[in-house]
Design a protein around this ligand. Structure first.
Ligand SMILES: Cc1cc2nc3c(=O)[nH]c(=O)nc-3n(C[C@H](O)[C@H](O)[C@H](O)COP(=O)(O)OP(=O)(O)OC[C@H]3O[C@@H](n4cnc5c(N)ncnc54)[C@H](O)[C@@H]3O)c2cc1C
Length: 379
């Protein structure tokens, strides 16, 4: 067992940190003000070799590891911006297309997702459900060489950005209720595809989560991902990887909260001395550091096991159960250390606290993950 990163991974961490300092930090405030990021953001990620990380080079990818994706995600988390999510969405959607797609599908969709000219989405959630595949109401009906899709998807990240999305839809020809979800790759500029304005959240400004409206949208049968009726399996595999990437983003948020707290503890004077001289503050810092270390180790372990090709359903659910509330508590401690300044928008920790709140419900809820991990123990 080796707890050290390889020389390649250390280089990736450094490259990701330099990228964040050079490209992301200068636009951080603007993203928040605009509730959006510049369209060329993805091309910048592509130039820095941060897209298609786990996709083989022959399809335009980098041919690297999941561990390296989560190292990048962690660095992006430290910026306290939303920018990790477009990068992660392109990486995970491209990897899913590579895992399940036919040769034609891979050749058609992977290069634009890897070179940053197309924004990816992955869409399951609908107004009535985000957890239950049997409750989907968006439908696909075959018609010649096409399927015709109708319905509404909710909270679709990047659903309003030019590119392609994997949409999970009820396949009307399949009668088995449990196996009637099919995954379609949809061009987001198709006729009949429209979107709402982005939802406004308590954090993650610029996330670009929209409702997507399908009105008789035609999708080629050739654009089905994997087998018809196998959509829920495809979704479960994608979402397990997404949980690991999200955990890495959370570790980054937590580390930024600790870094800010250490800085503040040295600068703020109490009784004429830097506040950090007080044991109570030192204890909070120590607790934060220990919690972040534990979360980081669990997250790296899950990514390494994913790279070995093992199943990650339960491991990634454990990350939801442990990493999410633990990092949320770390960001709360950071607010506490900053006193009332932590509650003010002048300080980064206020934002880190709000951003950390998303992870209990996005990319499957904490409760669903307890059911996955608990059920596995009894099987
Ligand atoms: C910022 C953001 C980005 C998002 N991006 C995307 C995206 O790109 N694509 C996408 O498809 N969705 C996206 N979502 C939606 C998100 O994934 C869903 O909201 C989430 O899966 C939860 O679904 P729900 O809100 O419908 O909750 P519900 O499924 O209605 O659940 C409500 C509550 O009931 C609990 N619950 C439900 N079923 C069970 C059960 N069987 N056992 C125990 N408890 C249960 C849940 O844990 C939760 O507490 C995004 C959401 C946000 C906020």
């Amino acid at each position: 067992m080796d707890f050290n990163l390889s020389p390649e991974s250390k280089m990736i961490v450094k490259a990701a940190k330099d990228f964040c300092d050079r490209e992301i930090m200068p636009m951080a405030e603007q993203i928040i003000a605009d509730n959006d990021y510049p369209f060329d953001l993805l091309e910048k990620f592509a130039k820095a070799r941060m897209l298609g990380v786990a996709v083989p080079k022959e399809y335009g990818g980098v041919g690297s590891t999941h561990l390296n994706i989560i190292l990048i995600s962690e660095e992006l988390g430290k910026t306290g911006t939303v920018c990790a999510y477009p990068m992660l969405m392109n990486n995970s959607t491209a990897e899913t297309i590579h895992h399940w797609g036919s040769e034609d599908v891979m050749k058609k969709f992977l290069p634009p997702l890897c070179d940053g000219s197309a924004y990816a989405s992955t869409a399951f959630t609908e107004p009535a459900t985000g957890s239950d595949p049997t409750a989907l109401t968006t439908t696909a009906v075959p018609d010649g060489d096409d399927f015709i899709i109708n319905g509404t998807k909710r909270y679709i990240t990047g659903g309003n950005k030019k590119g392609y999305g994997v949409f999970y839809v009820r396949d009307e020809e399949i009668k088995d209720q449990k196996g009637n979800v099919t995954a379609f790759i949809v061009d987001k500029s198709s006729e009949g595809y429209t979107t709402s304005a982005p939802w406004e959240f308590m954090g993650l400004e610029g996330m670009n989560c929209v409702d997507v409206f399908f009105k008789d949208v035609r999708v080629l049968k050739a654009n089905i991902l994997g087998e018809r009726g196998n959509g829920f399996r495809i979704l479960l595999r994608w979402i397990a990887g997404e949980r690991i990437e999200q955990a890495a983003y959370m570790v980054g948020l937590g580390q930024a909260a600790l870094d800010e707290s250490i800085k503040y503890s040295k600068e703020r004077l109490v009784r004429g001395k830097p506040m950090g001289f007080m044991q109570g503050i030192q204890w909070m810092l120590a607790e934060m550091k220990t919690k972040i270390d534990a979360c980081r180790l669990l997250t790296y372990r899950a990514a390494c096991i994913q790279d070995e090709g093992e199943h990650i359903d339960t491991l990634s659910s454990e990350l939801k159960i442990f990493v999410v509330p633990t990092i949320q508590e770390v960001t709360r401690l950071a607010l506490q250390i900053h006193g009332s300044y932590g509650y003010s928008k002048e300080y980064k920790v206020e934002r880190l606290f709000r951003y950390a709140a998303h992870a209990g419900v996005v990319a499957s809820s904490s409760e669903i993950n307890k059911t996955i991990a608990g059920g596995a123990l009894l099987r």
